[in-house]
Write a protein that binds this ligand. Sequence first.
Ligand code: SF4
Ligand code: SF4
Length: 171
Amino acid sequence: MNVFTVDHELCRKDGICALVCPVHIIDAEPGSYPVLDKHKAVYCLSCGQCMAFCPTLACTAPGLEREDCRPLSAQDMPTPRQADELAFSRRSVRNFKDKTIPREDLIDLLEAVRFAPTAKNTQNLRWILLESRERVVQLAELVVAWMRELPRIDPELDEAMHAGGLVRAWD
Ligand code: SF4
Ligand code: SF4
């Protein structure tokens, strides 16, 4: 049974979806509509690559919706110069404005971050969003309290991460 939805009105039978699928589970015979057998579907990574590369928005992978995988837009890609500038200008920021970032902006950022690569698209990361300065300080205090205990509970880790120096800097 084919579990790969293909709009026959739109599909050009060019096999691009099969070509770009990272786990090669889509079968595309020349001149035929692509097929994804339900026995192979268990290997689908839900990466949406087939949908993003389809030139006519004809296909939908199992478990994904069209809005999960917007098509790629060549004109929105950074130029080599812009990509270089972005990499070059990255810095570790340690001073922050005392200004609250709107929740919608944070949600948008997290949505973008979600597309960072993870092995087999497992996205096995969890983010904790602290929306007030007070909560950030509270969390820092908890971490410092843990570091104070490190010499007793894990002397090796204490030494490796120079926890004593970090605690002194905090105090
Ligand atoms: S990439 Fe799109 S148009 Fe091409 S074969 Fe697959 S579904 Fe059809
Ligand atoms: S969503 Fe599934 S079928 Fe589509 S490219 Fe990714 S792994 Fe292949």
